[in-house]
Design a protein around this ligand. Structure first.
Ligand code: F6P
Length: 486
């Protein structure tokens, strides 16, 4: 793979950049948020990449219309050129795809978030959203990929996530020889939980993924669950770590994604971050517990507040000395379940502060990246109590820049626990007593133990960084491509 630059078509709903108008009225490309973009963006250093993504912002749509479906040139953070092809969708179809099927339905199924006594109700409207939204948007992605494959038939295609489960099958039907890989960034669940979806839909999800040559997950746990589900739902056959189905073989791998430590080294001394850190220090309580999340029910923010209040009740010595700083990025607010969850968080935090008679919880609802990095530097405890999480990059980012020998309290259901458990305090995300005691243990821990744990985390994260993930993915592709081409 390393000797000649191979071509790769990366496909994801959200692209690496968002286009917006600048002060002069022109269009500028701003880097999209999230660690996923960082890891994928570095693929451009190694390969000739064409990235296919939805045109989401108004600026994206302007760029897409101007380009008339052709890719435009962009540059990765390190300056390597790549092509970006923005796919324009019909707004009503896109709303059904994103706001009804992908979120909340697939997201809630795969994070086991449904309150099954009440929801979901899979009715005609949902079927319409599946057929006239999810399937059509996946079809549009498949069309764009097939057009790219016309130009570069040797390119491998690399799909991402739960937005695109049907697209690989649509491509495979037209391109039986294409090399297709898919990375699933969220957990996988058992066939019983997939039973929430009608039989044709849950089969289509697994059938679509098995149209790939390779399917990757962040953990062995999700990988194994996927293989078991495919065997049961599709009568597929297990063949070591592969699945044999419909005359083909799909290899499955577990490769936890990671962060770029050099990016965090630079962020640690970034001016905007230092300014935020100075602000935080001014009003800093004696001890600081930090959480950084999207306002997503999977992040378990409400139970986190309960656990924090329980900590103060059981261990009164922390009252007035410890604060929870919750930096929450409002996410997917057009979806009623998300808007309701955000409102619940706000009122639960206000109630908690009323009862405490002080600002015990400092809740900030914003997408403020420099502030998040500053909080990473300042925490005594980093609190990650997700109900379920594919990986959780916060658990890898915080330790890289922390300046307080901070302790990581980590949910046993975050994929990152598969790697980081030896140095974290691992908690049951449903058990608020367990979380309260872990917070107490972290706050009471000796400096030596805290430092030892933080060093262990840092060493692991630096050794298992984003470039190692990219190299691993490229090696996986290397293994399947010769096997397929004979
Ligand atoms: O894998 C989950 C994911 O796609 C992450 O990349 C990201 O954190 C999040 O979901 C973004 O969601 P959205 O695109 O809906 O804002």
């Amino acid at each position: 793979m390393a000797n000649d630059r191979r071509r790769l078509i990366v496909v994801s709903n959200r692209g690496p950049v968002v286009h917006a108008r600048d002060e002069t009225g022109g269009i500028e490309a701003r880097r999209g948020g999230g660690g996923l973009v960082t890891a994928l963006d570095s693929l451009a250093e190694h390969l000739d990449v064409t990235w296919v993504a939805s045109a989401i912002s108004d600026g994206d749509r302007l760029v897409a219309a101007e380009a008339r479906g052709e890719p435009v040139e962009e540059r990765s953070r390190a300056g390597s050129p790549y092509l970006l092809r923005l796919v324009e969708h019909n707004p009503a179809e896109y709303a059904r795809y994103y706001n009804v099927v992908a979120n909340p339905m697939l997201w809630f199924v795969q994070h086991r978030l449904w309150d099954l006594a009440r929801a979901p109700c899979v009715d005609e409207q949902f079927r319409e959203a599946w057929e006239q939204g999810y399937a059509l948007v996946n079809r549009a992605f498949a069309d764009a990929v097939c057009e790219e494959l016309e130009e570069t038939p040797e390119a491998a295609v690399f799909f991402h996530d739960y937005h695109l489960y049907l697209a690989p099958r649509f491509v495979r039907e037209r391109r039986p020889d294409a090399t297709l890989a898919h990375f699933v960034h969220i957990p996988w669940v058992s066939p019983d939980y997939w039973g929430v979806l009608p039989a044709d839909m849950r089969r289509a999800v697994h059938d679509g993924l098995l149209a790939n040559d390779l399917v990757g997950f962040h953990t062995e746990r999700w990988r194994r669950t996927f293989v078991n589900a495919a065997v049961r739902l599709l009568d597929a056959e297990r063949a070591d770590s592969a699945v044999a189905y419909d005359g083909r073989r799909t290899t499955t791998v577990a490769r936890p994604i990671s962060v770029d430590p050099s990016e965090f080294d630079a962020l640690g001394v970034d001016e905007a971050v230092l300014a935020c850190q100075a602000d935080l220090r001014q009003g800093r309580p004696e001890r600081l517990i930090v959480r950084v999340d999207r306002t997503d029910p999977s992040k378990n923010i409400l139970r986190g507040l309960r656990a924090f209040e329980l900590l103060l009740a059981r261990h009164p010595e922390h009252r007035g000395r410890v604060r929870l700083l919750a930096l929450l990025h409002p996410s997917r607010q057009e979806i009623p379940e998300y808007a309701a969850y955000t409102a619940e968080i706000e009122s639960a935090a206000a109630d908690l502060n009323d009862r405490a008679g002080a600002v015990a919880v400092d809740l900030r609802l914003a997408d403020d990246f420099p502030l998040s990095i500053a909080a990473y530097k300042e925490y005594d405890v980093l609190f990650v109590n997700a109900i379920f999480d594919g990986l959780n990059l916060v658990a890898k980012e915080g330790p890289l820049v922390n300046e307080h020998d901070g302790v990581l309290v980590l949910s046993e259901n975050a994929g990152a626990a598969e790697e980081l458990a030896p140095w974290a305090l691992v908690v049951n995300p449903f058990d608020v007593g367990d979380q309260a005691e872990a917070l107490h243990r972290a706050l009471a821990m000796s400096v030596d133990e805290r430092r030892g744990r933080l060093d262990g985390l840092r060493t692991h994260i630096r050794e298992h960084d984003a470039s190692r993930w990219v190299q691993g993915v490229l090696a996986d592709l290397d293994r399947i491509i010769p096997a397929r081409r004979g």
